[in-house]
Design a protein around this ligand. Structure first.
Ligand SMILES: Nc1ncnc2c1ncn2[C@@H]1O[C@H](COP(=O)(O)OP(=O)(O)OP(=O)(O)O)[C@@H](O)[C@H]1O
Ligand SMILES: [Mg+2]
Length: 241
């Protein structure tokens, strides 16, 4: 008996995205298997955030398809993509600095009407991040950079997503906080979520990823398992010196 292959969490085919006239993403093909960490590596301006914006419907592609668990979401408005179970932890984290930690977390559950459910999710996030529980009443803008990174991941989890898109979580963090954040991302996978991790920190990202892609100039230039990418001559030349 043939096993039925599970649907990938994200499947992107023949994707082209432009802001003005010139394409920023050209014929991008990516599969993020469910329950795994798939990374997207690339240097500044490669098109990583644009890919996330395309998935979320913030900058809709002009060609290609984006399937989330088999359903095409290309061109759907953002709230409808989110309703399919996609959450995003944006570049630069984007706290509401004048709101408390808990108020920021609650914003992640804005699609959930039941207060009891929101409290259950808060308790879950606080068990992952005891630091946030201690500081739930503190204004988010006064938290350290590493603590704000925890707030942003916690806020993403508050929507009970099936897929988490994370845009450069290690940016601006000290090595200790990078390690802590990546440990939490592995923990997220252990809970069965799919992670699509956009990063420039090649070493540590490949250490926690199952597979990945390298983009340059808006095109996928390498792909494979994390081990294959670590051993890929071009990737080594570009990133491992
Ligand atoms: N709103 C915009 N309007 C026009 N061009 C844009 C816009 N946003 C990004 N671009 C251009 O698209 C290209 C890809 O940008 P993108 O932000 O996707 O890169 P990135 O890989 O996320 O880079 P970084 O690592 O610096 O965040 C760049 O050349 C950038 O200048
Ligand atoms: Mg970016």
């Amino acid at each position: 008996m043939d096993a039925i292959a599970p649907l990938p969490a994200i499947e992107i085919s023949g994707l082209y995205t432009a802001y003005d006239k010139a394409d920023v993403l050209t014929d991008v093909n990516i599969v993020a298997p469910a329950g795994q960490i798939t990374c997207l590596l690339g240097s500044n301006g490669a098109g990583k955030t644009t890919l996330i914006r395309s998935i979320l419907g913030l900058t809709p592609p002009h060609a290609g398809s984006i399937k989330v668990f088999g359903e095409d979401v290309a061109g759907l408005p953002t709230h409808r993509v989110i309703a399919k179970g996609v959450a995003c932890i944006p570049e630069g984290r984007r706290m509401f600095p004048k709101l408390t930690v808990e108020e920021n977390l609650r914003l992640g559950a804005y699609q959930e009407p039941a207060e009891a459910e929101i409290r259950r999710r808060l308790a879950e996030v606080y068990s992952v991040f005891p630091r946030l529980a201690e500081r739930r009443g503190q204004l988010a803008g006064t938290m350290s950079g590493g603590e704000q990174a925890m707030v942003s991941i916690g806020r993403g989890l508050m929507g009970k997503p099936r897929v988490l898109l994370i845009d450069e979580p290690s940016l601006g963090l000290s090595p200790l906080y990078v390690k802590e954040n990546f440990r939490i991302i592995e923990n997220v996978r252990a809970q069965g979520l799919t992670v699509f991790l956009v990063e420039q920190n090649v070493h540590q990202t490949l250490a926690i990823s199952d597979s990945g892609y390298v983009v340059s100039g808006g095109r996928v230039v390498a792909q494979g398992s994390a081990a294959e990418l670590r051993n890929n001559a071009d990737v080594r030349a570009a990133y491992f010196g």
